[in-house]
Design a binder for this molecule. Sequence first.
Ligand SMILES: [Zn+2]
Length: 255
Amino acid sequence: MAFLWFIIGAILGSFYLVVGTRVPKKEDFITSRSKCDYCQKELRWFELIPVISYVIQLGKCRNCGKRISPSYLFMEVITGLLFLIGFLYYGMSISYYIYLVSISLALIIFVSDFKYMVILDSTLVIASIILLVLRYFEVGIQGTLYSCLYGLILFIIMFLIRLLGNFLFKKDSLGGGDIKLAIYMGILLGYYNYGLRLGIIAIMFSAFLALPYALVSLYLNKKNELPYGPFLISAAIIVFVFIDKFKNLLILFSL
Ligand SMILES: [Zn+2]
């Protein structure tokens, strides 16, 4: 069963890579995975088996011999492993499905935000709707409405942080996508006890996660804009997965 979830993750992983790289450029993404990036030759079914095809073909196209981007292999393995680890941690449960949706959203954000500094509205909307449906099955309509409310509150908090940042740094501090992502984070964390505080902790935690990357990219002086979405969603998922530990921290410091 765990192995099956690895396979599902590996198949979805290359799909997420395609969504994250093609949709921001408005390219067709339904069929593009099934073609070679260079010679456009249609791939046969046995060339589309995650991980295995790549290894058997030694990372090269069977037709033109050009190197297949190793990012496919990387995404397949990472997504498969994250699905597998989640299954071992949660077992079959609504929490596991909520974890899967969040991981999927995170992976697409990693690709599109690092590559183009973009968080796709469409993926945010789809992920939020699936999350709300899962929440409904978990806690019913009242809990779902509360989740929506917390999504809205966290959105407003992020918006205020942005205003403050713009005032302090005299330029756009947070992208629109980062602020919209706060809605998803609010829905994800808000329902639980201490939900709003957990959401705020996730935002603070994301700054902590982003700091090493920000320092390195500042040091290398490549650009002073950094994609913030990956750090936000990673922090939210870490808080969600270890929610009891974070709650205990809140109690410990009587926050
Ligand atoms: Zn080719």
